[in-house]
Write a protein that binds this ligand. Structure first.
Ligand code: NAD
Length: 256
């Protein structure tokens, strides 16, 4: 379905980003990977799906590196058709204890990076009159939790940016939508499980059960594969008129 298209997926060395990159690759899209940590392992996993994969190590807190990543996609594959703004970090603390430099980093990586990547990718998409921008927000783009001020502010901002991007391109072949997962068991969430286990003196399994029980009525993690299927749908022609939506896949979290 996406043969001949190219997708940049930011933060695709791990977790949800890797799942989204694999789902798009399974539909034939060439992938520009991005993110830190192990690169060769995830790159091999994506390439095994029979597409071309290129890696760019842009730091999503640096606008000039984000521009270089988009240009890298354009020169390597001829175009950037799909942009998945996924890279993100978390910091958990009450506002009065929240380190200002962590606030700045969360806002830069979880929100401003999507603005910069979109502004660099949109001219090419407009020239071809086709594009898909998928912003990986969170259920925290729709509702809040204590001790996550920067994350909740960034994700609410990302849902707002999604709507504006959709509206500005509403008469074109470019759509922009947000995906809002509940808990997904990735390294980002494993850190929160570990902190809970340590803080309460309980096992990892017990901490996981408590984490899900607090927020997610299904008591199940959403998986990167399930999110990948949603991203594939948003890239399909069936989703031509899905514009500016913030679609939660959260086990009922935001329905409460
Ligand atoms: P993860 O920690 O597994 O992956 C994060 C990815 O972002 C990694 O590839 C990492 O290298 C990359 N990254 C971090 N800082 C970067 C930077 N400065 N520049 C470039 N890349 C950078 O986390 P995840 O859970 O897969 O999170 C992916 C996205 O999904 C995030 O935006 C997160 O907020 C969102 N999300 C996660 C959950 C969850 O439960 N895991 C729920 C809702 C939303």
């Amino acid at each position: 379905m996406l043969k001949g298209k190219t997708a940049i997926v930011t933060g695709s060395t791990s977790g949800i980003g890797l799942g989204l990159a694999k789902a798009l690759a399974a539909q034939g899209a060439n992938i520009v990977m991005n993110g830190f940590g192990d690169i060769e392992g995830p790159k091999t996993e994506i390439a095994a799906l029979g597409v071309q994969v290129s890696y760019h190590g842009a730091d999503m807190s640096k606008p000039d590196e984000i521009e270089a990543m988009v240009r890298h996609g354009e020169t390597t594959f001829g175009a950037v058709d799909i942009l998945v703004n996924n890279a993100g970090i978390q910091h958990v603390a009450r506002i009065e204890n929240f380190p200002p430099e962590r606030w700045d980093a969360v806002i830069a990586i979880n929100l401003s990076s999507a603005f910069h990547a979109s502004r660099f990718a949109l001219p090419g998409m407009l020239a071809r009159n086709w594009g898909r921008i998928i912003n990986v927000a969170s259920v925290h783009g729709l509702v809040a939790s204590a001790e996550k001020s920067a994350y909740v502010a960034a994700k609410h901002g990302l849902v707002g940016l999604t709507k504006v991007t959709a509206l500005e391109n509403a008469t074109t072949g470019i759509t922009c939508n947000a995906i809002c997962p509940g808990w997904v068991l990735t390294p980002l969430v494993q850190k929160q499980v570990d902190a809970k286990a340590l803080g309460l003196g309980v096992s990892n399994a017990e901490a996981t059960k408590l984490l899900l029980g607090e927020k997610e009525p299904s008591l199940q993690f959403t998986t990167p594969e399930e999110l990948g299927a949603l991203a594939v749908f948003l890239c399909s022609s069936a989703a031509n008129n899905v514009r500016g939506v913030a679609w939660n896949m959260d086990g009922g979290w935001a329905a409460q």
